[in-house]
Design a protein around this ligand. Structure first.
Ligand code: URA
Ligand code: SF4
Length: 203
């Protein structure tokens, strides 16, 4: 990408992030502490999409920093990916649903345009969907994560890998092995399409 295009993208992306941080388009704005607009490298080739902020994310305004986030960091480290360089992390809804309930259809619908704009501006090579809400919310409300995880699919010219949400791995450790297989496929695809020399100690 040329220098000018980069600069334009950065401006549009920063404007979008600022707009999200001020948003009052759904009821969740009333109970949130902070908007979690997404974090990482907006020029990254991998985008990770979760469900929505939990308690710690709401407190700090940063995606995936609670228990699930710590596990996600370990998985990313095993893949040789860092948040600063290789990924951008976002969610289906940017404000925490009270008591961590599932976001309602109205909330998801209100928030989805932000995610779609983030995807268009970041233009990742690989999108990783973390869990059922991300899979259903972005791609197909009838899709089942247990059936679709681990298989590449394409969505609007993007390569998508659905896998389990880290919180599912914490609840059910037997899912860790299949999830790791999914991430190994991501690393292989990253080497194929982005960086043949990508180093990771574990795969
Ligand atoms: N779970 C999510 O889905 N997203 C976060 O940002 C944190 C926990
Ligand atoms: Fe706006 Fe999304 Fe927050 Fe609702 S969840 S207030 S749509 S940013």
């Amino acid at each position: 990408m040329g220098y000018l295009k980069h600069a334009k993208m950065n401006t549009s992306f920063n404007l979008l992030q600022e707009e999200i941080k001020k948003c009052t388009k759904c009821e969740l704005c009333k109970t949130r502490t902070n908007v979690v607009a997404g974090s990482g490298n907006p020029q990254a080739k991998i985008m990770l999409i979760g469900e929505g902020p939990g308690y710690y994310e709401d407190q700090k305004g940063v995606a995936f920093i609670g228990k699930s986030g710590q596990l996600l960091d370990k998985i990313l480290a095993a893949c040789g990916f860092t948040r600063e360089e290789h990924v951008f992390i976002s969610n289906i809804v940017k404000c925490r649903p009270p008591e961590n309930r599932d976001p309602t259809p109205a909330e998801r619908e209100a928030c989805l345009p932000y995610l779609l704009q983030q995807i268009e501006l970041i233009h990742p090579t690989i999108i990783i969907l973390l869990g059922a809400t991300a899979l259903k919310g972005l791609i197909d409300p009838r899709a089942r994560i247990t059936k679709e995880r681990g298989e590449w699919r394409t969505w609007h010219h993007y390569l998508v890998m659905p896998t389990y949400h880290p919180s599912a791995l914490l609840r059910n450790p037997s899912l860790k092995r299949p999830a790791w297989e999914d991430f190994k496929k991501v690393v292989a695809k990253y080497r194929e399409l982005v960086d043949p020399n990508h180093f990771s100690a574990h795969c």
